[in-house]
Design a protein around this ligand. Structure first.
Ligand code: XUL
Length: 541
């Protein structure tokens, strides 16, 4: 592979739920372009809300497949109009919302391959016109869909239980996971299903557009289907047969996420001025791409403190469990990553801020500084809405002797919330195989990551330094970095070497010397109390 030149540019796309974004970085990894197309407002003809159609059953959620195609037309036109020089793009990659599926109609591969034609006939036609008859299902199920419960039960039964399925595929059965969606398609719309020659994820579908051919699914996004055997890096026959017998040829073999799939097809060369040598690197899911964009390293944990809180883990020795998701790592297929989602994030922190002395973030922060590490043994669980991890609801407070109490003093309440939220993240991360190792960093992002006192508690609970990063564009940026890495991955260059030049995260907190002992002990109690809370939340017979 030839060296990277000064004028080279690397392009990353992200097909998220609400918009299509692009980021270009130069050889120094500086961002030279950001652009986007917003589905609801820029493509109103598709009548989406938040990029999706919610069906009357309120369980089925889809997006028009052609909307994504048209969004790509529109975005590339916008970039061209802004003077972006496509000829400098040495490689491109991208990401898509995870789990969503695209059903290509029999014969569509022939149409896709016309994008390689050197005849002029298609140059005046946009992608949407060329591909309009290519999909056997026009409304793609997306990750917000939760209509495949029956198929989930059937898959878990076939695998010998939820835990056995998790041990094969990294997750127990989830409605939004693609295998269950494919199974539902086969059962409820057999005619469309039988007209399908290929099933893509949103990521591999998008890569197919640039490639002018079906792009394979990558290991990392493929891990979000309940179909991939993570230990084999291949589809599990047991899961394939349980979801849809004969599915294997419709998926084709999955590939490492850094695979160069081929050059961009001639259509893009002629219409936008791409170089015919521009490489298309396998696309992946938005969460794996974010891990790349945040440049996680072995042992790191990224905590996104938003409306809901999300935790990304770099895992060396995964232990798939009944909670959370384990995926093959997008930057090193020998490694893994995990994803944990917690619904009760910022809204609860804001509710307690309003109740804190002074009703402000200052009051909230000073409550944290005025209370001791470990909160004198007081522990709280604050689930305003039914939590995912654990599946419990309500506010539960315990004193130092594990007695349930109905209230805490105002300052204690604030610390109980923040410590409890972080202890929970550590507990569930460790259950999936996460271990704090020398050099572990906690990378904090999202709204609450601007509060120094909250981050101090985070650092203490994890007994690791906390750094802040801006992750607002991490999936897109991660895709641009992965495009560059794809060019050198085969020669053994690691992803972390490739992204060395990107700006360093900022150190904002280091753990107190007493933290390890206090929180190692507290974590054990927290696990036991969480079990009690879970029991109490279970509906009584
Ligand atoms: C992850 C998930 C979402 C989507 C959002 O399992 O369903 O994060 O990837 O785009």
């Amino acid at each position: 592979m030839a060296a990277v030149h000064e004028r080279d540019v690397f392009l990353g796309f992200d097909f998220s739920t609400q918009q299509l974004k692009a980021v270009a970085v130069d050889a120094e990894l500086k961002v030279v372009l950001e652009d986007h197309v917003h589905f609801d407002s820029d493509l109103p003809e598709f009548r989406t809300q938040g990029g999706v159609h919610m069906h009357p059953d309120r369980l089925t959620v889809t997006s028009p497949t052609l909307m994504w195609v048209k969004a790509l037309d529109r975005l590339l036109d916008k970039m061209a109009a802004s003077g972006f020089d496509f000829s400098r793009v040495r490689a491109l990659s991208g990401s898509g919302q995870q789990h969503g599926s695209v059903f290509w109609r029999t014969g569509a591969s022939r149409t896709l391959r016309t994008l390689h034609s050197d005849q002029d006939q298609d140059q005046d036609r946009d992608l949407q016109q060329i591909l309009q008859d290519c999909f056997s299902v026009s409304d793609s199920p997306v990750w917000m869909d939760s209509s495949s419960t029956a198929q989930c039960h059937a898959l878990e039964r076939a695998a010998g239980g939820a835990l056995s399925l998790a041990r094969i595929t990294g997750s127990k059965a989830y409605e939004r996971f693609t295998g269950n969606q494919i199974s539902k398609m086969l059962q409820t719309r057999p005619e469309e299903f039988h007209q399908t020659e290929r099933v893509s994820l949103v990521s591999s579908f998008a890569a197919s557009l640039f490639l002018g051919d079906y792009a394979p699914i990558d290991f990392s996004d493929g891990s979000g289907m309940n179909l991939l055997d993570l230990s084999l890096w291949d589809w599990s026959d047991l899961c394939l047969n349980a979801c849809a017998p004969g599915l294997r040829p419709l998926l084709a073999a999955p590939v490492p996420s850094s695979t160069v799939l081929g050059p961009v097809c001639l259509y893009f060369v002629r219409r936008f001025g791409f170089s015919p040598d521009c490489s298309v690197v396998a696309f992946t899911g938005d969460n794996p791409a974010s891990l790349a964009g945040m440049r996680l390293q072995p042992g790191d944990i990224a905590v996104s403190l938003g409306t809901s809180d999300t935790v990304f883990l770099w895992l060396q020795f995964p232990r798939p469990a009944l909670e959370g998701h384990v995926f093959i790592n997008p930057v090193d297929p020998q490694q893994h990553m995990a994803l944990l989602c917690f619904k009760n994030g910022s809204l609860v922190r804001e509710r307690l801020r309003d109740a804190a002395p002074g009703g402000s973030w200052d009051g909230f922060s000073s409550a944290l500084t005025q209370t001791p590490l470990g909160n004198d043994g007081n522990i709280g669980f604050y689930f305003d809405v039914v939590e995912i991890l654990p599946a419990a609801v309500g506010v539960h407070r315990f004193d130092a002797l594990d007695n349930k109490v109905s209230s805490f003093p105002a300052h204690t309440e604030v610390r109980a919330l923040v410590e409890g939220q972080f202890l929970s993240k550590r507990l569930h991360a460790e259950r999936l195989g996460y271990a704090i190792i020398p050099g572990t960093r906690v990378l904090a992002t999202g709204g609450a990551s601007s509060n120094a006192q909250i981050l101090q508690v985070l650092s203490d609970v994890f007994n690791a330094p906390v750094f802040t990063i801006d992750s607002s564009n991490s999936a897109c940026l991660g895709s641009a970095y992965r495009a560059l890495h794809g060019l050198v991955a085969d020669s053994g260059v690691s992803f972390s070497d490739v992204v060395k030049k990107a700006s360093e995260p900022k150190l904002v907190a280091t753990p107190d010397a007493r933290a390890k002992q206090i929180y190692d002990d507290m974590l054990k109690r927290f696990g036991r109390l969480e079990e009690r809370v879970l029991q109490e939340s279970r509906p009584q017979d």
